[in-house]
Design a protein around this ligand. Structure first.
Ligand code: IMP
Length: 429
């Protein structure tokens, strides 16, 4: 029953797509369990690059069942576009299954996301403006529309009418903008329903059957630990739970079904959107990392804020997700850096903090305590085994694993499938 959860251990964009793609070779089922098209995965296969937002990257392997679980919020327009994009690249999408229970992102969610960000001004969250927050708000308020509703014209019509009544009220009276037309959304969404209905299923059953048959199941987290609604840097977070525990809720399995949890750790730290970032590098070094690491959002194109690796964050991620091992990505981005810093602790008010603080005010005033290490100043992109890595690169990896108390299982030294060093096998066969 090898069920592996893969999560982002930082602020997202850790390179989960590449690791998921690597592990998906041996997975029979790959499951997305939270978030929506705020996520963006870039997967390089041979000389082809695939950019996915909603569909699990396992879709690139013929025969792998891919699941969009109940915990995901789905913009059907994006889903249909992504299906067409994959078909145009000759990728068969028949093995995709979409949960009946997943909630839909509606046009008014996207509009409300934009309007709220504008209203907040300098206090904005810096969302991807894809309607994620408002869609999860409707789910929690128990007025959201689910995929199962979309397949029933009467149910969809009734729920859409009810939602539009309150949403148009809000848009017109509070935000003083134009509301939405029922007929337009109704026919547009029924068009999407036609295109996806053959893929809709009770996906929890599919996952359970696979686990019962001893198949390999990979749960692919989106975003990262510090963007978690409960455990992240609230309010600068997303509206779902990128931590490992969410795989159970968002896919419909129990905690006893999970056998391993892997945290994806980028060899340095990045963040998009607003909020404190203790190890942020605003000068030349930040620019160097951004340029070498191509640190621009897959979804929004925004330049990512870059900084040194922060082990306070990683220890925290290891704790809240119960990490068994880590996959370190983009090690090669540091190939040209002479002196590399690792944040080993935070100083606040003259005292060393043991744990990642809950208060953003405190976090904003934390001063990173750094250890400096010599860089390796060698090209690592062609290396395929741990032993061949430069000594200083090995020292860097070993220091990280010691600081966070979790072993490393995979090291990535480039975006291609083959640029992967495996230390510990995740799926046996
Ligand atoms: P939302 O998820 O669009 O509501 O955005 C909330 C916060 O999460 C913002 O700071 C976004 O930049 C961030 N965010 C959402 N998705 C991702 C992602 O896939 N990678 C990195 N940051 C993300």
């Amino acid at each position: 029953m090898p069920a592996v959860v893969l999560i982002g251990a930082q602020w997202g964009d850790e390179g989960k797509g590449k690791i998921t793609d690597y592990l998906a070779q041996r997975a029979d089922v790959v499951v997305r369990y939270q978030g929506g098209n705020n996520a963006g995965h870039t997967v390089v296969v041979g000389d082809q690059e695939f950019k996915l937002h909603l569909i699990p990257s396992g879709i690139l392997y013929p025969g792998t069942t891919c699941v969009i679980g109940n915990g995901v919020v789905i913009d059907p327009k994006v889903l249909v576009k992504e299906l067409d994009y994959l078909k145009s690249k000759n990728i068969n999408t028949d093995s995709l299954r979409i949960s009946e229970r997943a909630h839909l992102i509606m046009p008014y969610h996207i509009r409300l996301d934009e309007l709220e960000e504008e209203r907040k001004g300098i206090n904005k969250i810096g969302t991807t403006r894809k309607g994620i927050g408002p869609a999860y708000m409707d789910k929690a308020a128990r007025v959201g529309i689910r995929v199962i509703d979309l397949l029933d014209k009467d149910e969809f019509s009734e729920k859409l009418k009810r939602n539009l009544q309150s949403k148009n009220n809000l848009l017109e009276r509070v935000y003083e903008v134009k509301g939405f037309d029922f007929q337009e959304i109704y026919s547009e969404y029924l068009g999407y329903a036609e295109k996806i209905k053959h893929l809709v299923a009770d996906t929890s059953v599919i996952i359970h059957d696979a686990l019962d048959e001893g198949k390999n199941v990979l749960f692919e987290g989106a975003q990262g630990t510090l963007l978690d609604l409960d455990h992240g840097t609230f309010p600068y977070v997303t509206s779902s739970h990128p931590v490992a525990g969410a795989a159970c809720i968002g896919a419909g399995v129990g905690p006893t079904d999970i056998s391993k949890v892997i945290g994806v750790v980028k060899a340095y730290t990045t963040r998009v959107g607003e909020g404190p970032f203790p190890t942020e590098l605003t000068g030349e070094m930040g620019d160097l990392i951004r340029n070498i690491g191509h640190e621009y959002g897959t979804t929004t194109g925004r330049p990512r804020r870059c900084g040194w690796l922060d082990c306070v964050i990683l220890r925290y991620a290891a704790r809240v997700s119960g990490l068994d091992s880590i996959a370190i990505t983009k090690l090669d981005v540091l190939d040209q850096v002479e002196k590399i810093k690792i944040c080993v602790g935070y100083k606040y008010n003259g005292q060393e903090l043991r744990n990642f603080p809950s208060s953003l005010k405190v976090l904003a005033q934390c001063e990173p305590i750094y250890e400096e290490m010599d860089g390796w100043l060698e090209d690592t992109t062609h290396i395929r085994s741990y032993d061949e890595l430069p000594e200083n690169a090995k020292k860097y990896i070993e220091r990280i694993t010691r600081l966070i108390g979790v072993k490393s299982a995979i090291i990535a030294v480039g975006p291609k499938r083959e640029q992967t060093i495996v230390i510990d096998t995740i799926f046996e066969s």
